[in-house]
Design a protein around this ligand. Structure first.
Ligand code: G3P
Length: 221
């Protein structure tokens, strides 16, 4: 399962990229608004920093034509640019047209297996079910993800399932077990993947024992 960062913060992206485990980035209008700067500059910086897929979301949703126009512009920003379109009638119409033009799309704001079926049928490169937000609505996001993965497997769809709106490390573990192709998460969740209290305790003990040995050696010299 590929691991993506869900952020538009270039410093967060650079830090996780240094670990050598970052396969891509997802952005959305909310994440870009948080950074305050010109989105075009922000996207370019991220596209240059990351080797893998970077999702850039369309914001002109007035018609399918408008989505195709903006999507074509976003796709031209870099070979690793993936165009995010929303799961709406205009979004899937535009998504199908972009796909036909050879542009890779990510269908976003997906909350049900029925919507995921539509994304696969238009030949989307990625479908993004929002697990955490399904949980927020008192339903079972992981169950929806499992159903989507099963449908894609049974039907032989090649669309990549990207588990989004992930809030804690067990979301990532369960998404991997369910067979998701990609998991995208905020920096805080990524940072938690590396942490375990027993690792910290183990290190403390190793350091203390090593220091004791050095003292003994010095004392014996
Ligand atoms: O990028 C889309 C998705 O991951 C958003 O997550 O936490 O705002 O529901 P969240």
């Amino acid at each position: 399962m590929r691991l993506f960062l869900d952020t538009a913060d270039i410093d967060e992206i650079r830090e996780i990229n240094r670990w050598g485990v970052l396969s891509g980035v997802t952005t959305n209008p909310t994440l870009l608004a948080r950074e305050k700067g010109d989105p075009e500059i922000g996207w370019k910086e991220i596209l240059a920093e990351v080797e893998g897929d970077v999702s850039l979301e369309v914001t002109d949703l007035s018609s399918a034509d408008a989505i195709v126009q903006q999507g074509t512009h976003l796709a031209a920003m870099g070979p690793n640019a993936i165009v995010k379109v929303p799961m709406t009638p205009a979004g899937i119409e535009a998504g199908k047209r972009l796909t036909k033009d050879g542009i890779r799309i990510n269908v976003t704001l997906v909350f049900s297996p029925a919507q995921a079926l539509l994304a696969a049928e238009i030949g989307a490169y990625i479908v993004s079910p929002f697990l955490g937000r399904i949980d927020d609505a008192a339903a079972d996001g992981m169950h929806a993800l499992r159903q989507i993965c099963e449908i894609y497997e049974v039907q032989g769809y090649e669309t990549n399932v990207l588990a989004a709106s992930l809030r804690h490390p067990m979301h990532i573990v369960d998404a991997a077990i369910a067979g998701a192709d990609i998991a995208t998460m905020p920096f805080e969740v990524f940072a938690k993947l590396v942490k375990h209290p027993l690792t910290d305790l183990g290190l403390e003990k190793f350091s203390a024992d090593w220091a004791k040995l050095q003292d003994e050696l010095k004392g014996g010299a």
